[in-house]
Design a binder for this molecule. Sequence first.
Ligand code: AMP
Length: 209
Amino acid sequence: MNLIFVGPPGVGKGTIAKMIVEKFKIVQISTGDLLRAAVKEGTGLGKKAKEYMDKGDLVTDDLVIGLLKERIAKPDCENGFILDGFPRTIPQAEALDESGVEIDTVLNFTALKETIIQRLSGRRICKKCGAIFHITNIPPKIEDVCDKCGGELYQRDDDKIEAIVNRLIVYKKQTAPLIDYYKNKGKIVDINAELPLKEIFENSIGALE
Ligand code: AMP
């Protein structure tokens, strides 16, 4: 089962991906997570990527495509994967097609702009295990502490309002054209991400079975 999740930042792709991978025993590949790991490690790629990420701009296609291809070649991807945050441009989608990877379904998560801003600005992430929380929608039992591993929760720099506004503009301009790209291939299923988390999850599973 090879899936792609598209949708604006903050729509809930990462949260739903984590629930789906658990159910279907496949892996989640988030290019955002891979890039943040490279930034943290201070690799050459991480240094190049950081400037773009801090502003909420897209990292260049060549860097991200290289990173993704390397990840997808690992043995744990054999059972299937969810691409969460990739492709984000038409050239990235074309590179994926050219690599021979077969995609079964593309879930397109949709929500209102106000919902997205509310979700992004309240999002908190565990420094240790990457679990995703929200100060009001998915609050941790103890403030700023991860329920799963006890790690410290933090707010991503690009979840601050100036970067959020730019990320939404970038999404509309560079990523939204992918919806038609995959529609033309008959692979898109729309998922209403305004609904409560449990229903989004159930509808996502329904689209895959
Ligand atoms: P995300 O965690 O998916 O919201 O990604 C965080 C940031 O990483 C984005 O705002 C981009 O700067 C960068 N990024 C992640 N995935 C991609 C991609 N497929 N293409 C270009 N930049 C990306």
